[in-house]
Ligand binder design. Structure first.
Ligand code: AMP
Length: 425
């Protein structure tokens, strides 16, 4: 038997109804905040991620699905391509390629699959889905304003509430500017020097290459040491401090709760200021539903003009896992199951079904070869509200037997009144 590749999965009905429920709710919320959809390719040149995500990140160093594309001619050297491991780099590439700064501030969202060769476990897949958004534009359009950070965070709170996730925690921090981080890195290096020998091998490497990444460490024995390290907030310059205070004061004004996590860092140079994560207790080890932050230097890192931005990516798989709503509760069941009874009745049933579906009723139907018992069983199994019997006598009389499957009540309804009868709850 051929199975789906490791770390991938089929999303089947009725679960797909939950995914659609989430995506419809999310689209509504984005509309209310004047965000518009962008769709970028699922693969991009490898260089985009090397530069846009960072060579030293786990994603780029270990987790990308990369291949050498064939050149046009035998002698052509192919281009290195990669399945996108995230979508921000693609959006910023599109921003630069299409000179989107001409539009002022861009408020863009995307929904789609991402690919990382990670060790699969519950809530972690090699093909997973992200719902994300980016606010990016020239400084003159207000792209640097703390109001945009607060708007994004408030949007996220609204979005989670809207899909029925209430017990989330917003963890917030500011990682300052590159200059702040350089001073911080130096301080970390000094603080780590006497203790790093007792830490895990990953941390020993990080202490040399990028000390900020020590905060990514999940090894329990290292945590007491990490607790004693200096934190970034002591190194913020005045402008960054004011920006962070303003984000928090807007959040307070709109009553969005948050906890400050001074150890939340995004380690790359183009990450600036606001960094955040929303977590959810029910998810266990993979408890981050979404993460995001400012990346004021990313466009320039990709060869574009200065274009401050802020964005986030929600793990849709994890969002769906944390929903309390069940697939059964959001799936729309058939309003009526039509049972054609006897030879020639498939034609009649098709005509009735077509009439009813024009009224936005959900209609399913059986086959004239089915005995009535089999049709009832099928209607029951799919959870139809009513069963409608279409036999020769009914067609001749222009009225059909309609039975409510929950109450067992049966009535005879003239053909012209069927749709109205079914639309009544
Ligand atoms: P990141 O792009 O790493 O900041 O991740 C943003 C969000 O995507 C995380 O908070 C997770 O919810 C989700 N995510 C990241 N990697 C995976 C994965 N391999 N499987 C499922 N969800 C993931």
């Amino acid at each position: 038997m051929i199975k789906s590749p490791r770390g991938t999965r089929d999303l089947l009905p009725p679960d797909t109804a939950l995914w659609n429920f989430v995506e419809a709710a999310v689209r509504d919320v984005f509309r209310a905040y004047n965000f518009h959809e962008i769709r970028t390719p699922i693969f991009e040149s490898t260089e985009l991620f090397a530069r846009g995500v960072g060579e030293e990140t786990d994603i780029v160093a270990k987790e990308m699905f990369t291949w050498e594309d064939r050149g046009r001619a035998e002698s052509d050297k192919g281009q290195s391509l990669t399945l996108r491991p995230e979508n921000t780099a693609g959006v910023v590439r599109a921003y630069i390629e299409h000179k989107l700064w001409d539009r002022g501030l861009n408020k863009l969202f995307y929904i789609g699959p991402q690919f990382r060769r990670e060790r699969p476990q519950k809530g972690r897949y090699r093909q997973f889905y992200q719902i994300g958004a980016e606010v990016i534009g020239p400084v003159s359009a207000g792209s640097q304003s703390p109001a945009r950070d607060a708007e994004i965070l408030e949007l996220l709170a609204t979005l989670l509430d809207r899909v029925g996730i209430t017990n989330w925690t917003l963890e917030l921090n500011s990682v300052g500017c590159p200059a702040d981080r350089a001073r911080f890195s130096e301080a970390l290096r000094q603080a780590l020097a006497p203790v790093v020998g007792k830490m895990c091998t990953d941390c020993q490497r990080r202490a040399v290459t990028n000390p900020l990444r020590v905060f990514d460490c999940k090894v329990p024995e290292d945590q007491p040491i990490i607790e004693t390290l200096p934190t970034i907030n002591e190194f913020l310059d005045d402008a960054c401090r004011v920006h962070y205070e303003e984000v928090k004061s807007i959040l307070d004004a709109v009553a969005i709760p948050y906890v400050e996590n001074k150890r939340l860092v995004r380690g790359l140079d183009y990450y600036t200021r606001t960094a955040f994560e929303f977590t959810h207790g029910a998810l266990g080890a993979q408890n981050a539903i979404l993460g995001g932050g400012r990346y004021d230097g990313l466009s320039e890192a990709l060869g574009g003009p200065a274009a401050p931005g802020i964005g986030f990516a929600i793990g849709e798989d994890r969002l769906v896992l944390s929903l309390t709503a069940s697939a059964e509760s959001v799936v729309r069941k058939p309003d009526v199951y039509i049972a054609p009874l006897g030879p020639g009745m498939n034609r009649e049933a098709a005509r009735v079904a077509r009439e009813l579906r024009r009224h936005d009723l959900v209609v399913d139907l059986g086959d004239e070869s089915f005995r009535l018992k089999k049709s009832f069983e099928a209607a029951d199994k799919m959870g139809a509200r009513f069963i409608l019997i279409v036999g020769e006598n009914e067609v001749a009389a222009g009225a059909f037997a309609l039975k409510n499957l929950a109450s067992g009540e049966q009535e005879t309804v003239p053909r012209a009144e069927l749709a109205q009868r079914l639309l009544r709850k």
